[in-house]
Design a protein around this ligand. Structure first.
Ligand code: SAH
Length: 394
């Protein structure tokens, strides 16, 4: 198919020159023969080549950039980019799960690929990736030798691209109901078909390891509150030395948290699974005078857009205020926000506000982010969605 052409408005060229990969509709002066899902060459106002990307008129981000060089975006290009992304991962050999392609951050806008054992799970977030997913699957199969490739393109972002959901096997077999993966010596069951994201929160890997270290230094039987537990991640990583209270609103997630507890030989008596709204449960604990050595707070995204920031900030403040109240003096709070619209600075301010109201004192011991298989392109600050704080609370 013939390549289209796009001209950028002169006053909007700078981010593109600085290699930001998104070109919004308002930045485009004019387009010629651009077709949804197809390649376009991008020119500046003086008709000089700037970059090459793909087009979708239905999206606000009308062009996503693939290359700033005047090069062919052909099968060899895709293969090279996929191969480079995969080669960047250097995880322990015993590990069977990791993110292989982190979309814009691996210079492949709109494409996510996660590995779980003998399965790859692909998310095609844009029309151009959707149109090329069969070829991408062929290249992935060839590069990794992993025989089963499953698609989990059931994400809201696709609506903005004019796409419906797509779920199913691209290559090989359908995934089992759950698959046991191994990360840092810990085993987790992953539901690739119905689980969140592609099945597991791979981004929290390093923070789980950190929590394991903290728990190891706590006295035996230390109490750990795992709010928004999903399938148990943080408390499973902490192991059998502590008593974990997992809280999640989703019954199915708690079922897997319980199964993960058994899988890692954590005695059943050392874990509780509570289906509840985390906000309510926190209030209940404060009312009952409960105390924990470690509290982990890892809520879902509260702000999907800038206009939801205020409401999200109230949610984060409420959670952290009550969480502070529950931490034993000298204990730990590990708290997160995965809302892209909330900056690290703002998140810290919100947590500070919660601390003031709780009348406690706390130290930031670490700034937290996503694991190293979720790199963030420095040219793409939007990629740094996950931010967290490890706080010692007095
Ligand atoms: N910490 C987890 C990931 C958390 S994802 C891990 O390490 O894997 C966020 C979780 O919050 C989801 O499992 C979702 O079911 C749950 N959730 C969303 N809203 C909630 C609420 N109001 N109360 C309790 N849990 C909630």
């Amino acid at each position: 198919m013939a390549e289209g052409k796009v001209w950028v408005r002169r006053d909007r060229e700078k981010p593109l020159r600085q290699k930001h990969p998104w070109l919004f509709s308002g930045a485009i002066a004019h387009a010629e023969a651009a077709q949804d899902g197809e390649l376009v060459a991008v020119y500046d106002s003086r008709d000089r080549f700037l970059a090459r990307g793909y087009w979708n008129s239905k999206s606000q981000i009308q062009t996503r950039i693939l290359s700033w060089r005047d090069e062919a975006i052909d099968a060899a290009w895709w293969r090279r980019m996929l191969s480079q992304a995969i080669a960047r991962r250097d995880l322990p050999a015993e590990d069977t799960a990791c993110r292989l392609v982190n979309a814009e951050n691996d210079y492949l806008p709109g494409l996510i690929v996660d590995r779980y054992g003998d399965w790859l799970v692909v998310q095609a977030l844009t029309r151009a990736i959707d149109a090329r997913k069969e070829k991408i699957a062929d290249a992935l199969l060839d590069l990794t030798g992993i025989p089963n490739i499953y698609e989990r393109s059931d994400v809201e972002a696709r609506q903005r691209e004019g796409l419906s959901e797509a779920v199913g096997a691209l290559r090989g077999a359908e995934p089992p109901a759950t698959l046991a993966i191994k990360q840092d010596g810990i085993r987790y069951l992953v539901d690739m078909r119905r689980g969140h994201k592609t099945g597991f929160y791979l981004d929290q890997r390093d923070n789980r390891c950190l929590l394991r270290e903290l728990a190891a230094d706590c006295p035996k039987g230390a109490r750990l509150l795992n709010l928004f537990s999903y399938t148990g991640g943080f408390a499973i990583a902490a192991g059998s030395g502590s008593h974990a209270v997992h809280v999640d609103s989703a019954y199915s997630a708690l079922g897997l948290a319980e199964a993960n507890t058994a899988l890692n030989k954590i005695p059943a008596a050392n874990a509780e699974f509570i289906q509840a709204d985390a906000f309510d449960y926190l209030r209940h604990c404060v009312g009952a005078g409960e105390r924990f050595d470690v509290v982990a707070v890892d809520p879902p995204k509260f702000a999907a857009h800038k206009r939801q920031i205020q409401r999200a900030a109230r949610g984060y403040k409420d959670l952290n205020l009550h969480a502070f109240r529950l931490v034993k003096p000298g204990g730990w709070l590990m708290t997160f926000s995965c809302s892209g619209a909330i900056s690290r600075e703002l998140f810290q301010k919100i947590v500070f506000g919660a601390l003031v109201d709780s009348r406690r004192r706390a130290q930031i011991v670490r700034q937290l982010g996503a694991a190293s298989d979720h790199p963030v392109a420095l040219t793409f600050p939007e990629g740094a969605y996950l931010k967290g704080l490890l706080l010692r609370v007095d």
